[in-house]
Ligand binder design. Structure first.
Ligand code: F6R
Length: 607
């Protein structure tokens, strides 16, 4: 949801800002812009469209900018359509800002500012902040920022520059993420560290009610009362190559290929003497024995990973698990108690609804356990216990490796909780854990089956709608498959529990409605096969994803995608690969922008 970058140093900053913005483009790509200190003025260039289509084109017609400090923005539109005028930076020549978040009381602030004689050009909530800063500014930026922030309600990360304070950048945040990068003779602000990894790995995490002040000589932090704050410098362990495409046509394809390593990095460090070990986060055996219910909360793919977790935990540990969409959980007065564990799953660690769900669970007194990818993110910091999924940066908006590691983590967690509760013997737990450790090799093998995925993609690419069906674990996976396809190829699809089709949805089936059937669980295979025959006899073309040695006659399905036969319980970890790959190749064949699908942004920091 919008990306922010600021640079101050000795080098000309335009190219640095644009390069860094590109790394944040996954956060939104409706428009982009920069504001820099050019001579004695603040120079702003901004345009609708992706960075290269709008901003970079526009800059070609500008006199070369020589500024060495400025702020920049890539937008995911909330208030006001994507347009030049609604693009950031927003300002009036005296103060200019970039904003990620939503100002909830902007109407009230706007009315106040209009009463003070201000006019408004854009439809954005952000313009009220720019004008409010201008209203309070009387030569002292800290005072103006502190006063303005006291009037604002909502979520924000702001980069601010004042014309009269040449080559200084100010930053504040509340809820929305922002890091302050410390380089050598140059300093940065950014929505996340990947934007500036090329220049530095050292960064500070800015907290609410703190103001960061950057110039080329250094970074200081002050409270709203002007007191200096000392902060701990952190170092990112992500490498710049992790944030680059590295020879792949798309980040999505690269990230699918990274899954074996990502799963390994997630699981291996949490296995000790052959058994899962969660001691790093304080999730002790005593605690795991004490929970009455488990809630798993997340959004989108993260929630889908939770659905796999539910099946595993209930099957192995016999503890009731509720999986909830974060935006529902937070408003439905959930039955969570202080005896429950609330597991929060999030790649970014910044999803607004997921963060709110976590805070709600904490306020009820439940233990909260966050499974997060981005180190130091808001969810990681808020949860009572946190473990990281170690997948490295995920750049493609469409989640692949982050989902895969969340699912892998669910396995380890289910084994651990079942073992702690005496439902799994030590021997069985070790056996399952050993099998889990072997999974990366099988994932690798599945990724290599590219021609099968390309063939299926070519057969479904012209469909206007299709169905994914499955039972049990396969149903959980079919939801993820359906989301991947619609998200990046714009083909409508729905996931259905196979047995539920007859209760209405089968009326959608025609010869133009392909069905992707997942059938990896032997005890449910015959049932799913019957459902496949039902849709096939109504004309549907059927793609079946099942183990490669599964015996099905040619008349039952049109295309078969074979998977290595591994322990049935672990099949989701390999089943996800064809789902991702078929979605990927379908989107490519349809000419879609795979890594930046329309209307989406990766990190959803608004409700
Ligand atoms: C789908 C996708 C989204 C995210 C969801 C949650 O490909 O990426 O559905 O899974 O927005 O995001 P995080 O995990 O960052 O909380």
């Amino acid at each position: 949801m919008c990306g922010i970058v600021g640079y101050v140093g000795k080098r000309e900053c335009t190219d640095i800002l644009i390069k860094a913005l590109h790394r944040l483009e996954y956060r939104g790509y409706d428009s982009a812009g920069i504001a820099v200190f050019e001579g004695d003025k603040l120079k702003t260039v901004k345009a609708k469209g992706k960075i290269n289509d709008g901003l970079v084109e526009k800059l070609k017609f500008e006199k070369k900018l020589t500024a060495t400090a400025g702020i920049s923005h890539t937008r995911w539109a909330t208030h006001g359509e994507p347009s030049d005028i609604n693009s950031h930076p927003i300002g009036n020549g005296r103060v200019s800002i970039v904003h990620n978040g939503i100002i909830e009381n902007y109407r009230e602030l706007k009315a106040f500012l209009i009463s003070k004689g201000y006019g408004f050009e854009s439809e954005t909530d952000t313009e009220t902040v720019a004008k409010l800063l201008d209203y309070y500014y009387d030569g002292d930026p800290i005072e103006a920022i502190a006063k303005a922030m006291q009037d604002i309600r909502g979520a924000y990360a702001l980069g601010i520059i004042f014309r009269e304070h040449k080559n200084k950048i100010f930053a504040v945040r509340c809820e929305s993420p922002l890091i302050v990068g410390k380089g050598n003779g140059e300093n940065f602000i950014a929505s996340d560290i990947t934007a500036v990894l090329e220049y530095t790995k050292d960064y500070y995490l800015l907290e609410h009610n703190e103001i960061a002040i950057l110039d080329e000589n250094g970074i200081t932090f002050e409270s709203f009362h002007g007191e200096e704050i000392q902060k701990e410098l952190k170092t990112a362990d992500w490498d710049i190559s992790a944030a680059e495409r590295g020879g792949y046509n798309h980040f999505m394809l690269k990230e699918i290929h990274e899954q074996p390593d990502a799963i390994r990095n997630t699981i291996s460090p949490r296995v000790k003497d052959g058994l899962p070990d969660f001691s790093e986060c304080g999730l002790t055996t005593e605690k795991l024995r004490s929970y009455k219910n488990i809630y798993i909360v997340g959004c989108g793919s993260a929630m889908h990973a939770g659905l796999v977790g539910k099946t595993l935990i209930e099957k192995l540990a016999r503890i009731p698990v509720v999986v909830d969409i974060a935006s529902e959980f937070r408003y439905r007065d959930p039955l969570v108690t202080a005896d429950d564990l609330v597991v929060i799953i999030s790649q970014s660690g910044e999803t607004a609804d997921t963060l709110a769900a976590l805070k709600l669970a904490r306020s009820i007194g439940a233990d909260t356990f966050a499974i997060v990818n981005v180190v130091g993110s808001s969810i990681a910091r808020e949860a009572s216990m946190v473990m990281y999924t170690n997948a490295g940066p995920e750049i493609s908006v469409c989640s692949t490796k982050a989902y895969a590691v969340q699912v892998a983590f669910m396995y380890l967690f289910a084994f651990q909780i079942a073992y702690a509760n005496g439902k799994l013997s030590e021997e069985k737990c070790k056996e399952l854990t050993a099998e889990l450790l072997e999974i990366p090799n099988y994932v690798h093998q599945c990724i290599d089956n590219e021609s099968a995925y390309q063939l299926v993609a070519s057969k479904i690419m012209n469909a206007s709608s299709l169905l994914y069906i499955g039972r049990g674990l396969d149903y959980a996976l079919s939801m993820e498959g359906s989301l991947k396809l619609k998200e990046i190829s714009y083909i409508h699809s729905e996931a259905y529990a196979s047995g539920e089709l007859k209760h209405g949805t089968i009326s959608l089936i025609t010869e133009d409605t392909p069905v992707i059937a997942l059938a990896t669980q032997s005890e449910l295979f015959e049932k799913t096969l019957s459902n496949v025959k039902e849709v096939k006899s109504r004309g549907a073309k059927v793609v079946m994803i099942c183990c490669e040695d599964t015996n099905i006659d040619d008349a039952s399905v049109d295309y078969k995608i074979g998977l290595p036969r591994i322990s049935e319980l672990l099949m989701p970890l390999v089943t996800v690969v064809p789902l991702q790959m078929v979605a990927y190749y379908t989107a490519v064949l349809r000419g879609c922008d795979v890594d930046m699908p329309r209307n989406l942004a990766k990190s959803v920091t608004v409700e």
